[in-house]
Design a protein around this ligand. Structure first.
Ligand code: ARG
Length: 592
């Protein structure tokens, strides 16, 4: 069949149906141009998709139309006016006008078979934007990288991957906290207390650095003389004094080293553009905001008033210095005007929502962001809840205050490794295969346990739960995927050959259900990106595994007369599972 294509991608079934409904609405109600077609996955067994326009239309035309005497008649009218399409098998209209649409099995078979040949990239939906910035992870130099930063890293990476799947160029930004008055304080303290600090590598451990940071803060708060010195140190540092600058760079590299350990383990790629990067641009950006009449004076500070907020956004402090907000306004300006991003996504805890709301407001008023939040360029804050420990309180890995995320990940890995050893894998696998599997399971478990929750809720960190082979866990799903791979291996057939010579049929009811779930994949990605909710993908993946199990327990694959077709269906399910893993940052395993 002929399908509309946009920039090489293929249009998901839901959107094709929406286009058909739009045509029908246009021909039935020409005076009401631009009515939005409402098409969604069906929630009952009478259809695969449903069209929900009739009720809304009925409430508008009730009593005014001679043609339509009930919402059901409106539904019937729309169904009749649908242009004929190879996508639709049949339609039926339920009571108040809902149109149930059954998709043609033939259409699904062709689409899935074509995907197997062209690759799943050919299913990528088109989002209508070119470049995005995802600002995520973003820990602070000399302070601990805590579980909140871990959440940001995991969620941000997944969002970046979904955008990348849709052929958006993503600038993965690590907005590291590497600037500000605290560095004057820390460096001054180091110079006073540890004159040979820069030669003493023992002091260069990150937990030492965090402890030093705490003591320097204490001294800063208690000792007015030290406070003065620290403030002078900031001036020296920001003025480019060599000795101060070098100490700052050394401190940054100690922390960076710690961050990189986590990124390497998780295989997350980020490009650091810390707060310091934007510092030189701040004065001109503030000037621009001032020239647009957005900045006013309040109690000695320069502020931007935000409609509906009692407290303004401070952009220049009373001492003339800049702050978190000045940096964020400047970074936003840079990303929009220099980097030319269409969409900027910030991933932090929900506690920072108000900050971003105010920054975005100022940027809209300045004309940097589109006035209509749905138009490009746009900015979105992706907030997430807390990570809780088994005690229901804020999660801490140790009694001490320093949480080493690398230790946490090591534990996930070693527990997984033990699980594999218990199942006798040590005897049949090479050491590096065991290690790779342990990493995929352990880190995958940590990521999935985080991503499967709606990000806005708090979630409880629990090793036993996330590593359970039977629950809704990465471990369970990785096993499910490996099982499909083993079915294909055991058949002894060359799948690439079957793709060329074989055909795929969705004859059995459970084959059809599986096929229908598969063709929905691109719609799920659209939904996940519309709300920036990676848990949508987790849910889809978990359901895929359940639907596959249902298929496999009723449809014999190896040795049946439908073997070729069913092997192709197995392969399609495995390909889509792997892409889901990929989008969630989980490394798929082919045997377990
Ligand atoms: N460093 C901040 C923190 O640890 C997060 C920065 C988020 N990004 C931004 N552009 N403000 O909370």
């Amino acid at each position: 069949g002929k399908e509309m294509t946009t920039s090489g991608g293929c249009v998901p079934a839901r959107q094709q149906l929406a286009t058909l409904v739009k045509d029908a609405l246009g021909s039935l109600f020409p005076e009401d141009a631009g009515m939005e077609p409402l098409v969604a996955a069906c929630t009952n067994k009478f259809g695969d998709y449903q069209c929900n326009n009739a009720m809304g239309i009925w409430s508008k035309i009730k009593g005014k139309s001679s043609e339509f005497k009930s919402p059901n008649a409106v539904g019937q009218g729309i169904a009749k006016a649908l242009p004929s399409s190879p996508l639709i098998e049949k339609t039926s209209v339920a009571g108040p006008g809902f149109i149930n649409i059954i998709v043609s099995s033939r259409w699904m078979e062709e689409r899935i078979h074509k995907m197997l040949i062209d690759g799943l990239g050919s299913w990528a939906p088109s989002l209508g934007l070119k470049r995005a910035v995802v600002d995520f992870s973003s820990p602070n130099i000399a302070k601990e990288m805590h579980v909140g930063h871990l959440r940001s890293t995991i969620i941000g990476d997944s969002i970046a991957k979904m955008l990348e799947y849709c052929n958006v160029e993503v600038l993965r930004r690590n907005h590291v906290g590497d600037w500000g008055t605290q560095f004057g304080m820390l460096i001054e303290y180091l110079f006073n207390e540890y004159p040979n600090w820069d030669q003493n590598s023992e002091e260069h451990a990150v937990d030492k650095l965090q402890a030093l940071y705490k003591s320097s803060k204490k001294r800063f708060d208690e000792d007015p003389l030290f406070k003065k010195q620290a403030q002078q140190a900031v001036v020296l540092l920001q003025g480019g004094d060599k000795r101060y600058r070098e100490a700052w760079e050394q401190i940054c590299s100690i922390s960076r080293n710690e961050f990189d350990q986590v990124y390497n383990r998780l295989r997350v790629v980020l490009e650091e553009k810390g707060e310091s990067f934007y510092n030189p641009y701040i004065p001109s950006v503030i000037k621009e905001l001032e020239s647009k009449g957005l900045v006013s004076e309040s109690e000695g500070a320069r502020v931007i008033h935000v409609e509906g907020q009692n407290i303004p956004l401070i952009v220049v402090k009373t001492d003339g210095g800049f702050n978190y907000a000045s940096t964020d306004l400047t970074a936003l300006w840079y990303r929009l005007n220099v980097e030319k991003a269409d969409w900027i996504v910030y991933v932090t805890d929900v506690g920072q929502s108000l900050h971003f709301e105010m920054v975005f407001y100022a940027a809209r008023r300045a004309g940097w962001l589109a006035a209509d939040v749905k138009q490009l360029p746009k900015a979105t804050h992706v907030g997430f809840g807390l990570v809780l420990g088994p005690d229901g309180k804020r999660f801490r890995t140790r009694a001490t205050e320093v949480v080493r995320l690398a230790d946490l990940l090591d534990e996930a890995k070693s527990r997984s490794e033990q699980g594999l050893v218990d199942r006798g894998r040590e005897d049949i696998w090479e050491a590096d295969e065991l290690e790779q599997a342990a990493e995929a399971l352990g880190y995958g478990a940590v990521k999935y346990a985080d991503l499967k929750n709606n990000r806005t809720t708090n979630y409880t960190f629990n090793f036993d739960q996330m590593l359970d082979v039977r629950g809704n866990t990465a471990v369970y799903l990785l096993y499910a995927h490996a099982r499909i791979c083993s079915i294909i291996r055991k058949s002894g057939k060359d799948i690439d050959e079957l793709k060329k010579i074989g055909s795929l049929r969705l004859a059995h009811e459970n084959e059809r259900l599986l096929g229908l779930h598969l063709i929905r994949f691109p719609e799920i990605i659209e939904d996940a990106l519309a709300d920036l909710l990676p848990n949508t993908v987790c849910e889809y993946l978990y359901n895929l595994s359940e639907i596959f199990t249902k298929f496999y327990s009723t449809c014999k694959v190896i040795g049946s007369s439908e073997e070729t077709s069913r092997l192709l269906l197995c392969e399609a399910a495995a390909v889509i599972m792997r892409e889901c893993f990929e989008l969630l940052g989980i490394t798929p395993l082919y045997r377990l």
